[in-house]
Design a protein around this ligand. Sequence first.
Ligand code: GRF
Length: 176
Amino acid sequence: PRIVVLASGNGSNFEAIVKAQREGKLRAEILMLIVNKECFAIERAKRLGISYRKLSKDWKEKLFELLEKLNPDLVVLAGFMKILPPNIVNKWKIVNIHPSLLPAFKGKDAIKQAYEYGVKVTGITIHYVDEGVDTGPIIFQHAINIDGMSLEKVEEEIHKIEHKYYPIIIDKILND
Ligand code: GRF
């Protein structure tokens, strides 16, 4: 199976996916990283030797054309900060990872939202993407206890479990 990864930021999940693939833990071909702006994920793609494309204006049309050309089995969102249009959502199988236990704390800065709310347990959600923001059928969740942790520590722990589970779940979706 063949995947493409979409990102807008740091790209640590993208890198975790590439590394898992190279360690044989993710059975998939990573066709391309697609970003919608200048971001550190590009730097990671260069270092890792993965081809990338940066879309800017007309990104919706360009992304549709690119996906048609690449024809991936799965589109993986990894910190992609744009809402995908219906024609893309309805045509491809797409997954997203969100750093909270949905449906709590949708949207931006979810780790901080949860932390500031004072929750004692938070976690990550991997879900299929529909036309909403952080909605769509849940595939996987993992919870962690954050009682007494600093925000920095919570962020670190959340990213750790993201990097651990996202590749595993993508592999399951593609190969089970
Ligand atoms: C992750 O926390 C992910 O859950 C959210 O955006 C962040 C992306 O981080 N959707 P990175 O760019 O993979 O480092």
